[in-house]
Design a protein around this ligand. Structure first.
Ligand SMILES: [Fe+2]
Length: 158
């Protein structure tokens, strides 16, 4: 095990690796759904929503990179292939037939809300196991998920 991780129990390390990989799978599924929305969206406020989806995707990607690299620091294997994501993501499958801005916003928001909820549970799981650094990484991702959910949901207000 890398020297800088001395003091971290084996249980803390394994719990963090599993949690990071689970949230990585959700995040990668969500990242693809956001691009699906960015590419296919049409209708009211088109350009604002089209560009917002790309901003949200970029914000999400930065955190997913942190998750996968933290797995490496913990001496684990990042699990980010399409096949693993399809098998393990906790998010609902994204409908491939949507076009209207409201439909894409509603579906992406619903999955961002689920991702945020899973991140909050993950913060407690890894914190209780004793890996505060991973809890901090998940906390940062959770903050971004909440903020981007707010940005997107604001477009759905009547
Ligand atoms: Fe684009």
């Amino acid at each position: 095990m890398p020297v800088n991780l001395e003091g971290l129990t084996d249980n803390a390390r394994k719990t963090a690796i599993d949690e990071l990989n689970a949230r990585l799978a959700d995040g990668l599924a969500l990242a693809l759904a956001i691009k699906q929305a960015h590419w296919n969206v049409k209708g009211r406020n088109f350009i604002a929503i089209h560009e917002l989806f790309d901003t949200v995707r970029a914000n999400l990607d930065a955190h997913l990179d942190e998750f996968a690299e933290r797995v490496q620091q913990l001496d684990g294997t990042a699990r980010g292939t399409a096949e693993i994501v399809a098998e393990t993501s906790a998010l609902e499958p994204y409908p491939a037939n949507l076009t209207a801005t409201e439909d894409h916003l509603r579906e992406i928001c619903s999955r961002m809300r689920a991702h945020g909820a899973n991140l909050r549970k993950g913060i407690d799981t890894v914190g209780d196991a004793g890996d505060e650094a991973t809890a901090d990484i998940l906390t940062a991702a959770s903050r971004t998920a909440d903020k981007d959910l707010w940005f997107m949901e604001s477009h759905l207000e009547a």
